[in-house]
Design a protein around this ligand. Structure first.
Ligand code: SAM
Length: 210
């Protein structure tokens, strides 16, 4: 089983950061006993299926956008913080977590308080939030790509990108959006989810838009 030491080796975080993830894992276990924060089948593999699954995004983003300065992120449907809160704990200083569930937000608030993460919670559905400019929109396990584009694209500033953690249906969903959206697409294999894909969309334009 992938544990804290594997996470340390895979991400090269400091011991101090690792301790914050350990507290996050403890809180997740405590809350999971009372409310469903993550799929029960994955509760025994938090370090691999949730922490590292989320963390794998950051080196890909940094490698793909060299020389770009600090980023503002919008994580749509963060749930228990994946991937947005993980990215924040890894040192990203401007991460917004859009999550409508009051219980999940209460959990996120406690993790943020106890770890000092810089993430900010927006307790609402993405479409109900007044848009503000972000560099990267992320999402995992929220909705089909067509919906994600519709909800997230209004937030993107010029040059902004989508980075999505998707399951094996990614390619099928992609063919459905080609009619309505023009964009450059890159697909990376997930390191944690067999068949899972990480999608990068850049140069995003609605088809027919000037
Ligand atoms: C299946 S969970 C995934 C949570 C997390 N991203 C993960 O991968 O573990 C989907 C989350 O999206 C939230 N959600 C549903 N509709 C939403 C919307 N329109 N905008 C933002 N969040 C939404 C739900 O409350 C839920 O926490």
């Amino acid at each position: 089983m992938f544990g804290p030491e594997d996470f340390l080796e895979a991400t090269n975080v400091s011991r101090e950061t690792l301790d914050k993830f350990k507290r996050y894992a403890e809180l997740l276990a405590e809350w999971q006993a009372k409310i469903n924060l993550i799929g029960p089948a994955t509760a025994g593999d938090v370090w691999g299926r949730h922490f590292f699954d989320s963390a794998q995004l950051l080196p890909l983003v940094l490698k793909s956008t060299p020389g770009r300065g600090p980023r503002t992120w919008l994580d749509m449907g963060s749930g228990a913080g994946f991937p947005g809160l993980v990215l924040s704990l890894l040192g990203e200083n401007s991460v917004f977590l859009a999550e409508p569930s009051a219980k999940k937000c209460a959990f996120l608030r406690q993790v943020i308080r106890e770890t000092g993460a810089r993430a900010k919670i927006l307790q609402a559905k993405v479409k109900d939030i007044e848009t503000f400019p972000v560099d990267i929109v992320t999402s995992r396990a929220l909705a089909p790509i067509a919906d994600l584009l519709e909800w997230g694209a209004p937030y993107l500033r010029e040059g902004g990108e989508f980075w999505l953690l998707k399951g094996s249906s990614a390619e099928e969903e992609l063919t459905l959006v080609k009619k309505n959206w023009n964009m450059t697409t890159e697909i990376f294999p997930s390191k944690t989810d067999n068949g899972g894909k990480i999608l990068r969309f850049s140069n995003i334009r609605m088809a027919g838009a000037a």
